[in-house]
Ligand binder design. Structure first.
Ligand code: HSE
Length: 309
């Protein structure tokens, strides 16, 4: 029986100004999916570790099996697979947990089928799985998890995904406070209408951030990390948001925002020298609020998801 194992990394979606259209991948953390062919012609979610028993084993609801089934249906293939998911990412953290599971599953099944699809063509199936997992088919976690680096979703209909350059000194700090925020809840506080003046500010910053990445202009990146559309509404769901942002400013943060739908916060920085100061300043704020926090740092992951064996 054939077997394949694949890994997909955690991601930071939105990157402040790019709500639903910008994201990047981080090193080290992510989910692993192993597929083992079976004789049943059915997808079976056999084991999930690292989720505290909370994710569904029902193949109609699990993000891995939903993604795989969509791909098999598109290719007109019937295949029996046992799915083993190792969660390396906390649920409801804003680090692209559901996206990493779906992407790892798709990369694994594509390899098992001897790669009938190019990596980027796996994206629509991952978006579908995101919709099942959190009610919204956004691509700003699945695209960077799959492709690595910084990714812009220029359009969803039809899908137009653009890989952006990654300045070599760019690093990221992630601050994950010990509580959960469901993407559905964090999306429900957003407004349907955007005042024209905010649309102007946001467009300027998206353009600025993309230009900053192309030019490796860290000052421009820093000035562009501003979100007037989602952050003001979401910040109220995230204790310590403004205090942490203020505290890490003088520690060398280029800018800070909500990672995806939160509650994890991300900060970009140039080089690694400011990382210890950023983490220690943030920790002090969380401690003063009685909140536990896990801090990670990483370069930008430019590889994306890959087959392990
Ligand atoms: N763009 C999505 C949102 C990302 O902000 O809701 C969710 O991780």
């Amino acid at each position: 029986m054939r077997t394949v194992k694949a890994f997909a990394p955690a991601t930071v979606a939105n990157v402040s100004c790019g709500f639903d259209i910008l994201g990047f991948a981080i090193e080290g953390m992510g989910d692993t999916v192993q597929l083992i062919e079976n004789n049943s012609q059915e997808l079976r979610v056999v084991s999930i570790t690292g989720d505290g028993g909370r994710l569904p084993l029902d193949a109609a609801k699990n993000t891995c099996s939903v993604a795989i089934q969509a791909l098999l249906d598109e290719l007109g293939i019937r295949l029996g697979l046992d799915i083993h998911l190792e969660k390396g990412l906390p649920l409801g953290s804003g680090m692209g947990s559901s996206a990493a599971s779906a992407v790892a599953a798709l990369v694994a099944v594509n390899e098992l089928l001897e790669n009938p699809l190019e990596k980027k063509d796996l994206l629509p199936f991952a978006i579908l799985a995101e919709k099942v997992a959190c009610g919204a088919g956004h691509a700003d976690n699945v695209a960077p998890s799959l492709l690595g680096g910084f990714v812009l979703i220029r359009d969803y209909h039809p899908l137009d995904v653009i890989k952006l350059p990654v300045p070599s000194e760019l690093h990221c700090v992630l601050l994950h406070p010990h509580y959960e925020l469901r993407t559905e809840d964090s999306r429900s506080v957003l407004r349907d209408q955007i005042p024209l003046k905010y649309s102007t500010i946001q467009s300027g910053n998206v353009g600025g951030l993309v230009s900053g990445l192309f030019l490796s202009d860290y000052g421009l990146i820093s000035r562009s990390l501003r979100d007037v559309i989602a952050e003001p509404y979401r910040a109220v769901l995230i204790p310590g948001f403004y205090e942490v942002r203020e505290a890490i400013k003088s520690a060398g943060s280029l800018g800070m925002g909500i990672s995806g739908s939160g509650p994890t916060l991300f900060s970009l920085c140039q080089g690694e020298s400011s990382i210890p100061g950023i983490i220690s300043a943030a920790r002090k704020v969380y401690e003063s609020m009685g909140l536990g926090v896990d801090a990670y740092h990483s370069a930008i992951n430019t590889r994306g998801a890959f087959v392990i064996e």
